[in-house]
Ligand binder design. Sequence first.
Ligand SMILES: Cc1ncc(COP(=O)(O)O)c(C=O)c1O
Length: 376
Amino acid sequence: MDVAFYGHTRQYHNIQSEIDANIREVLESGQYVMGPMLKRFEKELAAYHGAKHAVGVGNGTDALWLTFMALGIGPGAECITHPNTFFATAEAIWIAGATAVFVDSDPKTNCIDPARIEAAITPKTKAIVPVHLYGQCADMKAIRQIADKHGLLVVEDNAQAVGAHGDGFKIGELSDAACSSFIIQKNLGCFGDGGAVVTNHEKIDSEVRRLRNHGSVKRSCHSMGFNSRLDDLQAGVLSAKLKHIDQWNALRRKWAAHYSTCLREARNLTVPYEVPGYHHVFHLYVIETKKPEHRDELLDFLNRHGIDAKCHYPIAIHRQEGYPWGKGARIVGPVPNADRNAAGCISLPMFPELTQEEADYVIGKVLEWDHAAGAR
Ligand SMILES: Cc1ncc(COP(=O)(O)O)c(C=O)c1O
């Protein structure tokens, strides 16, 4: 049996009439960039987050660095994040011209460990950039407290967690802005690239709107900016999908609970940890082998048996070849949790449209490997 990692076409077929209708509406409108569908989706996205503003941009990386620029974060500034995230978190800090400062992650959630942040703060620190890794919110209450104490900005990297929330807080509520990616593989994904900045701050909203459109808010009048707009076709796809995101996240949670119930007793791996009171949306379902040397063995075993398991992210940013490519970077303290996460991570197939048969096959194969590994 083959089990795919993503269910893009299944998802499309399930809501094809809604997506096709929106695409047709855009095509018939003749307005494909900065048109009415983008405006509509921006309104819907802001409302979904309970936020005042949402600005569609070209991708999630741009959402981050456009926000940094809108906040005046550039050369000379430092942003604190953690190294076991997708490369783009740090890349966006570097594109803005700032220095990326890495601290360790929490051993259970793999999100930034708030207890490591204060030691990394210097007079140059401007922002904390927590990532809601794999679909679970970072500890935003603790991060907000630290930011308030030291007068820092907070920009959430929300590329992986649309629809998640913490214990008593929403995404976007305790930060200056939350930046999403809508690349197809995300839990809210368009049919290509897309991103958005969600914020309650008028200034961030207006600055990102100006920057994304060649520094222009009025036709033919420009200041220095860029071209990074979410086009209306992608906005139409996202508008159709946003109506289903809570239901899809619930299905992800159902499959995650099934995986975890069946794999919890496995001796050679750990299952994801959900913080009590948090709502993890399992953009990725990531197990970790207890022994790093087991990781590639299990991955290879699953792949050979038709299961498209992957790794997110097997090489932490500070271990990438050529790091830091002449950019400003600092690591504060040892980062054993980030290194452990990178060394042992395996992402199992996870998408709402999985079938019981597929999930059970994946579980069966992981347990088969676990029994054999335990015997060695
Ligand atoms: C944590 C994280 N940050 C940023 C990004 C960048 O998003 P994009 O690929 O849309 O630029 C991604 C996804 O690709 C991501 O997973």
